[in-house]
Write a protein that binds this ligand. Structure first.
Ligand code: C5J
Length: 222
């Protein structure tokens, strides 16, 4: 059955919950909490935690509707063999693999690499470890979506202009329809947040749609 979000931008977004997956991007301590990689790079991490209650409500609603839920984590092997030099050498004096207050930065298995307590995956939900910004790159995401018959995506999480946008573009190229709930994604940079959402919806939804989580939940509940 089709569900319609009338108030989505740039026009109404229609999806079938049974063939739609919720993808929560990188809600990891390293990006969200004080003392993590995000803050070490010089960013104010407050916008990251502001979206937690909205994400909790959206997750609860998608769980209730038995939708496929995927949680991604950006990070690398302990020996950093899957981290290209071009990524390893970037940062404001803080680098991937270095020891930080929450363990080695963006290294799998470390405390900081894991999900924040408020948004831990429930049993049966998919955890996708990804080495890049694009959740399709070097992961089995496409195979999972194909096997589950997924046609549409709800993409949220952090950061709006990096991993969320990159994944949206990659999904769009693969033929998925997608919507980004604007109050379930955040950036360290206010202007990048808005510009990214505008880029997604520009030119008649060139990448996808944007809505509020309330409108999305209301459409599912109706
Ligand atoms: C970044 C991400 N910002 N999850 N990663 O490096 O957006």
């Amino acid at each position: 059955m089709q569900t319609v979000i009338d108030n989505a931008k740039p026009f109404s977004f229609s999806f079938d919950p049974q063939s739609t997956a919720l993808i929560v991007i990188d809600m990891q301590r390293d990006f969200v909490l004080k003392g993590g990689f995000g803050e070490a790079l010089g960013n104010n991490v407050e916008p990251m935690s502001a979206i937690i209650p909205n994400l909790q409500k959206l997750l609860e609603c998608c769980r209730k509707h038995n939708m496929l839920i995927i949680h991604t984590r950006e990070g690398h092997r302990a020996d950093l063999s899957d981290c290209p030099k071009a990524k390893l050498t970037r940062g404001n004096k803080t680098f991937i693999g270095e020891m930080g207050p929450m363990g080695r930065i963006l290294v799998r298995g470390e405390y900081g690499h894991d999900f924040i307590d408020e948004l831990r995956p429930k049993e049966g939900e998919i955890v996708l470890d990804k080495p890049g910004k694009d959740a399709f790159y070097a992961t089995d995401l496409e195979l999972i979506l194909q096997n589950k018959g997924i046609k549409s995506l709800i993409v949220c999480g952090v950061t709006t202009e990096v991993c969320v946008q990159t994944t949206c573009r990659a999904a769009n190229d693969r033929g998925y329809e997608l919507v980004v709930p604007s109050d379930c994604t955040a950036s360290y940079f206010k202007e990048f947040y808005q510009t990214t959402l505008d880029m997604i919806t520009a030119q008649g939804a060139i990448i996808g749609w944007v809505c509020t989580s309330n409108d999305l939940i209301k459409a599912l509940e109706d």
